[in-house]
Design a binder for this molecule. Structure first.
Ligand code: PEP
Length: 249
């Protein structure tokens, strides 16, 4: 399918990067690029909480949507340092990342906690992007499908009726920030496996995006794979030019 017929989700995860000044430059570059080269694809940027007000002010009415990189599984109350779904919604977020591998790895987030966060996001009308993926050791042990099935299970158990708006991001941990993207064939194979899991759970329409060292050079080949419905981009989303090359891929 040509890009004019098919809307992909092209999502930038800024991680713990940015400043008021650099965000302004980055977003101005993106908006200018989109003005020169309009796209049917849906762009989303995920910023640290403290910048959400800035995104709301700079992106309202534009073609770029925005989201938070995490949320609390709790509604409100005595959870110092946590940020709720209702709070990020007040800043115009329509999206939220859930279960990024850096949250799983550095903050010991369990599959059960991540499923609770997905439920909380959906309850508040946010679209959760559930990140799943195997580590290098799991990849070498050929445990990818087992790991993905385990990570997906508690979320799919919420029931298809509860999962309207869900997006899955397949991000092999060994490909994140490594400069070593999965091959298009491997990504296509894993996306097909995720698709089968989704179908089995009655969630056939849920988009599945790929993440892990996506850039302007490798995006086209990844997008040519069936069921690669877009990309979650880390490092390359910090450059307007590079992100726009992925949009054009
Ligand atoms: C990510 O942070 O989700 C990611 C995929 O990072 P990178 O594109 O830098 O590998």
């Amino acid at each position: 399918m040509s890009s004019s017929q098919y809307t992909r989700l092209l999502m930038g995860n800024w991680k713990m990067n940015g400043s008021l000044a650099s965000n302004q430059t980055l977003l101005a570059g993106l908006l200018e690029g989109l003005e020169q080269q309009p796209t049917n694809h849906q762009l989303v940027v995920f910023a640290p909480y403290v910048f959400l007000a800035q995104l709301q002010s700079l992106l309202t009415g534009s073609a770029i949507q925005w989201g938070a990189q995490d949320l609390s599984a709790h509604e409100q109350g005595a959870y110092t340092g946590e940020v709720s779904a209702a709070m990020v919604s007040e800043f115009g977020c329509q999206w939220v990342l859930v279960g990024h591998s850096e949250r799983r790895q550095h903050f010991a987030e369990s599959d059960a906690l991540i499923a609770a966060k997905v439920a909380q996001a959906l309850h508040h009308g946010l679209r959760p992007v559930l990140c799943v993926g195997e580590t290098q050791a799991e990849y070498e042990a050929q445990q990818t499908e087992q790991v993905l099935a385990r990570q997906l299970a508690p979320v799919l158990a919420l029931g298809a009726g509860q999962l309207q708006g869900l997006v899955i991001a397949y991000e092999p941990v060994w490909a994140i920030g490594s400069g070593r993207s999965a091959s298009p064939e491997y990504a296509g194979q894993v996306h097909a496996f995720i698709d089968a899991q989704l179908q089995q759970a009655g969630c056939a329409g849920v988009p599945v995006v790929y993440g892990g060292s996506v850039n302007g050079d490798n995006a086209g080949a990844l997008f040519a794979q069936p069921r690669v419905d877009g990309a979650l981009v880390g490092g390359a989303s910090l450059s307007a030019d590079e992100f726009l090359r992925i949009v054009a891929a």
